[in-house]
Write a protein that binds this ligand. Sequence first.
Ligand code: 15L
Length: 274
Amino acid sequence: MTQSSAHTPFNRLLLTGAAGGLGKVLRESLRPYARILRLSDITEMAPAAGEHEEVQIGDLADKTAVDHLVEGVDAIVHFGGVSTERSFEDILGPNICGIFHIYEAARRHGVKRVVFASSNHVIGFYRQDQTIDASAARRPDSYYGLSKSYGEDLASFYFDRYGIETVSIRIGSSFSEAQNLRMMNTWLSYDDLTQLVERGLFTPNVGHTVVYGASNNAHVWWDNRLANHLDYQPKDSSEQFRAKVQAQPMPASDDPLMVYQGGAFVAAGPFDDK
Ligand code: 15L
């Protein structure tokens, strides 16, 4: 992914979740878009801050810490929080309070653009024989999916109420490879993820736009026409992994991995009370 020369880099761009799997990818690929990339996570950053980077370790559940994190930045790429299914109590602080703190801090500090790592688990209870677009009613498949759904509602509210614009990317499966048959549909390459974040940062007048994050795979369940204004043009395809994936033992036809768009998340839990 190359940076369009039309884009003046931000002075300071905040990346939350910068020590996570996708955070590490974006830490590298967003470098051209900011004079200083402010990196944040709850865990230590490795490697430590390099040239044109600064690190602020903090807990998204801590409102004051998030306020400091957002102070002085021009835009926010919010990838922080819990990224898999866990108990509601585990998700509440980092994901639900966390995104509220992000938007409140954006409002207080006049930040007008957020790119939010939403997830396919917002619509995970649709079946794999259905094709949906961003206007489909949400069908969260997990507490994690519910937290992302709440994040999308906050994005919509903060645009209508305060004019803060957001692109919510309903990320499919962004890994180096598609790992199973479901991911042949949901796979999002790192380059295509970067393109989506870049489009989310620089496309004017997005209001609150929801876009599905899948690569140019042979089969996808998601229709992105409602996000045409982003001009997202995925370049990669999961077909390169087909032989490897098809050599795996085939799950039963009623396995959630084969039935639901959200795969195994639809059957996670229940979680014991603590
Ligand atoms: C997600 O939202 C998760 O963060 C990731 O770990 C994968 O499970 C992905 O969805 C997926 O659905 O494959």
